[in-house]
Design a protein around this ligand. Structure first.
Ligand code: WTA
Length: 650
């Protein structure tokens, strides 16, 4: 729904969930956070709260000042010098963690690799030297387009080791989406693989990368991991095999000394316009944020076996596969492929085989597990699990209960974690030893985070619905949109003065629990992936038969939201089922398979206000089959009637 047209009264999903789950005394006694005072102390002195965790990390030079807040620009741990990889690797190889498994990896076909902290340290140093040999220097951008293999973690950390800025592009994005991201960041090197496995198929990453690179003048070198033995085109002088490069590289690579506020990475995310936003994070605040949240929310202990099922192409993988768990010295499982390959019990098999104790996934996955049924979960002993988490979209209370019962054996706390690419780390979530959970609620802000529900004018809503807002800066907050600081200010800081606007609607209940209701801007959340309706519209209009299009999200049983596109074609174009397929394929080509519309509806015209704005609210009503909303402001009310008829015929 467009922000301007949004009325708070339309946030009417006031759930009446009454079930509550108190932490058990047993869990509380062993929890990393088990004293309620943590909240009060953090509220009264947020800087001291973060500083305590900063002290547990590795610094070359400590900070002079915790926070410099010049809204909307923040600097954290000002004057500090560090290299993030020293907190993720070097520190552990000096302790008992040296020979402990850092990554227990499984490929989709069943191949396995385990890297200890020592192994990971050595591989990172070696590949960091390889990057140097290609001329990569501090501040250069390196793009990554890779499958979920250990080399992805190694490549990310190698960039950080030498002060290069990584920009990971999810392997499911198309060649065009990749080239747009490479060009925006002006990346010098691309790291990819000959391919990857997904649901028994080969994902042709190198092939798509070659397509993308036809139009990427900044790329000087391409590094290719040999994942399979997939036939690829190899361009001499530009392309290099990963294994050949590291063969020649030294194992010793001193970490580059970085400033707290030097950039760590760029990660693109969909905004309300067609152009993706390059969310930029800096080093120290981000590290402290992901370190502390991993420790307290996931309650990680040295003997845990943690598994986050996200892809490193998304922020969840950056924060809660790479930097959070590794800075905590965790042992974690990493899996390459689909959750239902070769059978729908793959995930539970992995949990059983490795004795996973902490498991973090997305509601869309949980709904799929529910659909596949308990016959797949009962085949495996899941009793090693002690804590479960979710992220990415609101979780339906029924999915929460299923997760609690069939995966958690009714004994595991569930941490529903609200945060965003922009926030860098978890912002609203229970501390599992302290907070009573309610199915469907992310519960309370993390200690020191100052959240609120506000109305359009910035007044606080004490009970009921409104916009989610963050009132004070936090260490992992994005610092800018790459190359577009004005857009940063406009997108996040212009709704209210000096208050961060995340773009989500939420409600707060009588116990001050937060219930996130989802996006209120033109962003839709398909299977936990953020997509901009504008981006999909632009992809459709890019096709020569289309003159106009409007895209809306509808409720989808598994994916949370699905995409419905209303399309007006040129006067001499005939609509047909073939054209539907062609247009769907065109969207896949422009953005990636994750953006494929569920349905395309042809229309002579789209409903517009008299000022010419497309009325998405009406289209959403039509697409979700609900009663028509107010049409009095419509320029030509018959358009809606016609559309509605068409949709029903479809
Ligand atoms: C949504 C993912 C409800 C929300 C870490 C947010 C959630 C967007 C939750 C960010 C949650 C994320 N409950 N909604 N626990 N977590 N969201 O940038 O709409 O991919 O704005 O970051 O996902 O998605 P992003």
């Amino acid at each position: 729904m467009s922000q301007s047209g949004h009325k708070l009264t339309s946030i009417d999903t006031l759930l009446t969930e009454e079930r509550e789950f108190k932490p058990t005394a047993k869990f509380q006694a062993q929890a990393n956070a088990n004293d309620q005072e943590i909240y009060e102390k953090a509220t009264s002195n947020p800087e001291a709260f973060w500083e305590r965790y900063a002290r547990e990390l590795v610094w070359r030079k400590p900070w002079d000042k915790v926070l410099d807040w010049n809204p909307p620009d923040s600097k954290w741990f000002v004057g500090g010098k560090l290299n993030i990889t020293e907190s993720c690797l070097d520190v552990h190889i000096k302790t008992d963690a040296r020979n402990k498994a850092a990554l227990i990896w499984e490929g989709e076909p069943g191949d396995k690799r385990t890297l200890t902290y020592w192994d990971l340290y050595r591989e990172v140093c070696r590949f960091a030297n390889a990057l140097k040999s290609l001329g990569v220097k501090k501040g250069d951008r390196v793009a990554l387009y890779m499958p979920m293999i250990p080399e992805l973690v190694i490549a990310v950390l190698s960039c950080a080791r030498i002060g290069a800025i990584h920009s990971v592009v999810f392997g499911g994005f198309s060649a065009e989406a990749l080239s747009e991201r490479i060009n925006d960041a002006e990346a010098k090197v691309l790291i990819t693989a000959d391919g990857g496995y997904r649901r028994g198929q080969i994902v042709q990453l190198k092939h798509d990368a070659d397509e993308a690179l036809k139009d990427c003048p900044s790329i000087e070198h391409v590094v290719v991991v040999k994942r399979g033995n997939f036939p690829i085109h190899f361009q001499e002088n530009r392309d290099h095999w990963w294994h050949r490069l590291i063969d020649e590289a030294d194992f010793n690579c001193p970490a580059e000394e970085m400033d707290s506020e030097d950039p760590l990475y760029i990660l693109y995310t969909s905004g309300t316009t067609g152009k993706p936003k390059g969310i930029m994070h800096t080093i120290a605040g981000y590290l402290v944020g992901v370190y502390a949240t991993t420790k307290l929310v996931f309650d990680l202990k040295p003997n845990d076996c943690y598994w986050c099922t996200a892809d490193i192409g998304w922020v969840t993988g950056h924060s809660y596969i790479v930097y959070g768990p590794l800075s905590n010295g965790a042992t974690q499982v990493m899996y390459e492929g689909a959750p239902n390959w070769p059978d729908p019990d793959r995930v539970w098999k992995i949990v059983e085989n490795h004795g996973v104790t902490v498991f973090y996934t997305a509601p869309t996955a949980i709904r799929a597990f529910m659909k596949w049924g308990e016959k797949w979960t009962v085949k495996h002993d899941l009793s090693s699990l002690r804590l479960l988490g979710t992220v990415g979209e609101p979780i339906n209370p029924e999915a929460w209960m299923w997760y609690h019962k069939h995966i958690g054996g009714e004994k595991c706390p569930i941490v529903d974690t609200w945060w965003q690419t922009e926030t860098g780390h978890i912002m609203i979530a229970p501390l599992p030893g302290l907070i009573t959970t309610k199915p469907g609620s992310a519960t309370q802000p993390f200690p020191s985070i100052k959240a609120a529900i506000l109305d359009d004018d910035g007044n606080e809503v004490e009970h009921g619905g409104g916009y989610l807002a963050i009132l004070e800066p936090w260490p992992g907050m994005l610092r800018t949109i790459w190359g577009d600081h004005d857009r940063y200010i406009e997108t996040y800081w212009s709704k209210w003065k000096n208050i961060y606007f995340p773009g989500d609607g939420a409600k707060i209940d009588k116990d001050s629990y937060y219930w996130i209701l989802g996006r209120i801007d033109d962003v839709i959340n398909v299977a936990g992936h953020r997509l901009s309706t504008m981006e999909i519209e632009s992809a459709l209009v890019d096709h020569n038969s289309v003159v106009e299009s409007a895209v809306v999200g509808i409720t989808h049983e598994l994916k949370g939201q699905g995409i419905v596109a209303f399309v007006t074609v040129g006067g001499d174009i005939r609509t047909s089922p073939e054209l539907v397929d062609i247009l769907k394929a065109h969207v896949v080509k422009k953005i990636g398979a994750l953006a494929r519309p569920e349905q395309i509806i042809f229309a002579h015209d789209l409903p517009k206000t008299r000022s010419g704005k497309i009325m998405r609210r009406l289209l959403r009503d039509i697409a979700s089959g609900s009663v028509l909303g107010d049409v009095t402001t419509l320029a030509d009310p018959t358009v809606v009637e016609e559309l509605k008829r068409k949709y029903e015929e479809d």
